[in-house]
Design a protein around this ligand. Structure first.
Ligand code: SF4
Length: 356
């Protein structure tokens, strides 16, 4: 038996045990803190339903490993070469290719196509983006699932939300929305305004945690003034809800232990940083930080405090705006720029100009 980790690009990073005699037989590592003894359907699908690549291929043709390596080496001899790595590769070892590109004077990519905007918003507010431990979710009374389809993208969290009051905020009626005590179907791109309106109502109705605010956010009255710059009726119409729904939601989150589980979709805009900052501000107003069973969970920085040996200086381009056509050779690792970068047609045209 070999103890290892799931190779899919997923934050749970489940521990797995592989049976070396009967590969690909794998089971969940019971010692892993979050997988609750089970692996998800995504891994099972990839293990059993996807065809496996067992031989190197060049331009779709199977070739020997020596030929494949020669072709790669030759394509890296050009002057302008780029290593473009997708966002979300959690395994540090995947960054070892940085060292190769440093040696051959290549360009690497920086920034994020995944959670970068939300991360920036959280850092602007809190100063640091820590991961909320799942044990705190287990201690909550109410779980607000905000733009996150957890039955698919974080199925191991299901065990932690068992028996809680569930609020789902999502433009789409996901499977978890069907099980929620309250489902708010808001309009896309309205999350920022919903968080602002909730904060305004919390303060208007004297439900703010004044002691917490005076200690950690003494300028909160300025923020309250900012929330009052928006007309309630027009903003609620824009969000797609009415005062009755706002009242139901407030009743569920005021004076309770509440955890907010926030998905990536809410911040995939040029102003996405403000969405996470506004949701954080709502939680701060309710005093939901630094207490058992409370907090805002977003993709935290999994490398916080880690001295990464593969961090290199040198030429870098932004992932979101890379001009692939500027390079003679492009190496794409762990990502699909056509699907994940803005303006897919532009990306396809750019990629046609280089050897990929
Ligand atoms: S949840 Fe699924 S995809 Fe994610 S690490 Fe665990 S087994 Fe892998």
């Amino acid at each position: 038996m070999i103890k290892t980790a799931c190779g899919l690009d997923c934050p749970d990073a489940c521990g797995i045990v592989a049976d070396s005699e009967h590969f690909p037989k794998v089971v969940a590592d019971p010692a892993h803190p979050t997988n609750n003894g089970a692996l998800c359907s995504l891994l099972n699908k990839h293990m059993w339903e996807e065809s496996r690549i067992t031989k190197p291929r060049v331009n779709g043709e199977e070739v020997s490993l020596d030929k494949a390596l020669d072709d790669v080496a030759n394509s890296l001899k050009v002057e302008n070469k780029l290593l473009w790595r997708g966002s979300g590769n959690f395994g540090v070892m995947q960054e070892i290719t940085n060292l190769l590109f440093k040696e051959i004077d290549g360009t690497t990519s920086k920034g994020s196509l995944c959670d970068g905007a939300g991360d920036a918003g959280i850092i602007a507010g809190r100063g640091i983006n820590r991961i909320l431990p799942p044990e705190q979710i287990a201690k909550a009374e109410v779980v607000v699932i905000w733009g996150k389809n957890i039955t698919v993208t974080a199925s191991h969290l299901m065990a932690y939300i068992e028996g809680k009051k569930i609020v789902v905020i999502d433009p789409i009626e996901t499977p978890i929305a069907k099980r929620a005590d309250l489902f708010i179907k808001n309009m896309p791109r309205s999350d920022f305004y919903l968080a602002l309106m909730l904060t305004r109502f919390v303060i208007m109705q004297d439900h703010e945690d004044r002691e917490f605010l005076e200690e950690f956010a003494p300028e909160y009255e300025d923020f309250y003034d900012f929330t009052r710059e928006f007309r309630i009726k027009a903003i609620l119409e824009y969000i797609g809800i009415d005062l009755g729904i706002m009242g139901e939601l407030l009743e569920l989150i005021v004076d309770k232990k509440v955890v907010f589980l926030v998905g990536n979709g809410v911040q995939k805009y040029s102003t996405g940083n403000f969405v996470l900052q506004a949701i954080d501000a709502l939680a701060v107003t309710l005093g939901h930080f630094g207490k058992e069973g409370c907090g805002v969970a977003f993709l935290g920085n999994s490398k916080l405090g880690f001295d990464n040996p593969f961090e290199i200086k040198g030429k870098k381009v932004q992932k979101a705006t890379t001009n692939f056509g500027d390079f003679q050779t492009v190496v794409i690792q762990g990502g699909n720029p056509v699907a994940s970068m803005p303006n897919s047609s532009r990306v396809i045209e750019e990629l046609k100009k280089s050897k990929t």
